[in-house]
Design a protein around this ligand. Structure first.
Ligand SMILES: Cc1cc2nc3c(=O)[nH]c(=O)nc-3n(C[C@H](O)[C@H](O)[C@H](O)COP(=O)(O)O)c2cc1C
Length: 335
């Protein structure tokens, strides 16, 4: 142990390192609001919020002594704590900026006090100041909860200086099989490619029925789904969009779709003629989208919206990371 260097024998603490270590303690994100004496709404983003007591119902949070809002909170009789939901990251950033009109264009709900009450949060606590304590470079506010409410919107999370989403972890890790892999085999059930592939095929099994209605293979399906987003593409353009699947629509398969009256050439057929969805093709595509949405809704019911959103976020990051440079299907200015 290094030699004590302060009067109460505390070893020297590096504030930056301390901040970093404290950041591993994952929190939600709140916005705390109050009303100034002149009627102006005041608020800031805070993750120092915590529960204190159930009976009596008490919560706390701490405010930096440098905060512009300190004099107002010091005399405020009431304040509201808003536990932000996962879609409120922009609001969090807005309330973490100094000196802006933080409440501009915000729709407020009616609370039981004059403190502004924000909407679309995971939970809200309307509080009366109970105690104010000095806390070093912060002031600690303890409030009595007068009223509260909760929605089913999953919360926004903050960890190590970054926003995050929660994915719940079961009490025991999910194991797909009990048997150990043979020694000579280096595949494990934890291999990401295996997990992605198996999840994909298992989840989309329900799509097969929908495709069977029109006798479609996955290449047909990929082409129809591209045209459902961006109609009027040539065979080469369709294939550029589905290149990531490792499959390509052949001229023969395109002819099958035209023969089945799912696609049509607008003008006479040439090798680079654009194809369009027919009315029947659009109906088939709508059926497939409805089926895909139904599968997703079922998964949300099983896993919860928060976990599915966290999963989507990670998948988008993998897609972005591994993107070979595909043309953007959803933007209006690319083909
Ligand atoms: C995720 C996050 C958590 C924060 N937590 C706190 C906090 O608990 N206490 C605090 O004083 N400032 C906190 N801040 C910083 C304040 O939001 C920021 O300093 C704000 O500008 C203060 O507003 P004011 O100066 O208008 O009072 C946090 C910022 C972010 C982005």
């Amino acid at each position: 142990m290094s030699a004590p260097n302060s009067s109460n024998h505390t070893p020297k603490i590096d504030p930056k390192a301390l901040r970093s270590a404290l950041g591993t303690f994952t929190t939600g994100v709140t916005i705390i609001t109050t009303q100034a004496d002149n009627g102006e709404p005041v608020g800031l983003t805070a993750n120092s919020f915590n529960s204190v007591s159930l009976e009596p119902p008490l919560v706390l949070w701490s405010l930096a002594k440098t905060a512009l809002s300190l004099p107002i909170f010091n005399t405020a009789e009431h304040w509201n704590v808003h536990v932000l939901s996962m879609d409120q990251q922009a609001l969090s950033n807005r309330f973490a900026a100094r000196g802006e009109d933080k409440f501009k264009d915000l729709q407020l709900d009616q609370g039981i006090t004059n403190a502004p009450l924000l909407s679309q949060c995971s939970a809200r606590f309307q509080c009366k100041t109970a105690f104010i304590h000095d806390g070093g470079d912060h002031v600690i506010f303890i409030g009595e909860v007068l009223d509260f409410d909760q929605s089913n919107l999953p919360p926004l999370v903050f960890q190590s200086g970054q926003y995050a989403l929660t994915a719940r972890k079961p009490w025991q890790d999910v194991s797909l099989s009990q048997a150990d892999a043979p020694l000579e085999c280096s595949y494990t059930e934890d291999l990401l490619g295996y997990l992605l592939g198996r999840a994909h095929f298992q989840m989309l099994k329900g799509m097969q029925q929908e495709l069977a209605k029109y006798d479609l293979t996955s290449s047909h399906f990929f082409a129809l789904s591209v045209l459902a987003i961006r109609d009027g593409l040539t065979l080469a353009q369709i294939n550029a969009h589905i290149d990531y699947t490792g499959q390509a629509l052949t001229q023969g398969q395109l002819d099958q779709l035209i023969h089945a009256n799912l696609l049509a050439y607008r003008e006479s057929k040439t090798t680079d003629a654009e194809v369009f969805l027919t009315e029947q093709g659009r109906q088939a595509s709508l059926g497939q989208i409805a089926q895909a949405k139904a599968i997703e809704d079922e998964l949300i019911d099983e896993l919860g919206r928060g976990d599915v959103t966290a999963l989507k976020l990670l998948l988008k990051r993998i897609i972005h990371q591994t993107d070979p440079g595909l043309p953007d299907l959803w933007s209006t200015d690319s083909n």
